[in-house]
Design a binder for this molecule. Sequence first.
Ligand SMILES: [Zn+2]
Length: 408
Amino acid sequence: MESNQIEQQKQQISQLEAQVASLKAQLEDALTTAGAQGGRRKKIEEMSAEVIDSNPYSRLMALKRMGIVENYARIRDFSVIVVGMGGVGSVAAEMLTRCGIGKLIMFDYDKVEIANMNRLFFRPDQAGMTKTAAAEQTLRDINPDVDFEAHTYDITSIDNWAHFLDRLSKGGKNGQSVDLVLGCVDNFEARVAVNKLGQSWMESGVSEDAVSGHIQFIIPGETACYECAPPLLVASGINEKSLKREGVCAASLPTTMGAVAAMLVQNTLKYLLGFGEVSYYLGYNAMTDYFPRYAMKPNAECDNKDCVKRQEEYKAKLAAAPKVEQKKQEEPAKPKHETNEWGITVVDDEDEEEEVQVPVAKAQEALPDGLVRSFDAAKLDVKAGDIVQTDDALNLDDLAAQLKGLSS
Ligand SMILES: [Zn+2]
């Protein structure tokens, strides 16, 4: 063997040795990070408020000490269904998992694609897996205390409908019905299917141009249902499938989807744990950062006959026992923070939530044929004559005297 050949082999050996050392270090690093349970922490029997680094619930349980939630640990009694594990549903599922929801039942029939990577939650190495399997994999690692159930099918198909209804009525904790359904689907058909359940559910959606979205809490008979006024971009009388053309896809942003998922889960937490005010309709227009919020009355001429029936039932119930206005949460007597080093003050929002009739969808430019946008950013068109002059110097007695003068 010639000496330069030996020299080459020596070099190769030292290169290989360096590679082995690097791989060894990576492996050790991975094993240390994963810990003794192979990457998954042990289940925790009871939620504790103890402030230690190893408690995954200390920050959530602190909501009680801050006077926000009376009993946070109750979250373990609740079960939620998420229909559609796309850009909104998967993020909503992760938020609920991190919050320690009792049970999460997921439905989706799609697979993870590399084209989904502009959104949150799924990873490139999960491409090709079903969204349900990939989600379960990730979520179990994040919080093994949650009971997970995942079903890989289209809920709108007749074959699956009976099973879906079964999970709805018996899939909750201890075989009870689930507490809430979150609709995170991307098509009209599936939304109408969930709407037909005749149970309280929260709908969500993001527009095809990726810059607006909304959530809607639907209580049959009491608030507008999905068919009373489909709130987002929908096909106006034309076949939805015809909108999907080869080489053309809807736009999506992780920001808008994350914001809508957060709005949806925040509303869910408020509803389940009883804090703050639950929103019936909350929109988000990213172009102007406009968040319209209102309660929508059901449409007496709704296409969904069950909805009309439930409206009659609700009216009868209301006539028999008028609904007591829910008392707004009282301001705490003491400030929640002892010190306020930045001098932050809170501006009171005096605007009462308005109840509006179902808005009439308005056609707009720059949208494909057959699509309408459900809301526009508020435009203020104030004329000089509309402005009312007020005088702070006047007291109540002065005003009363003026009123008397007017009426006499
Ligand atoms: Zn309706």
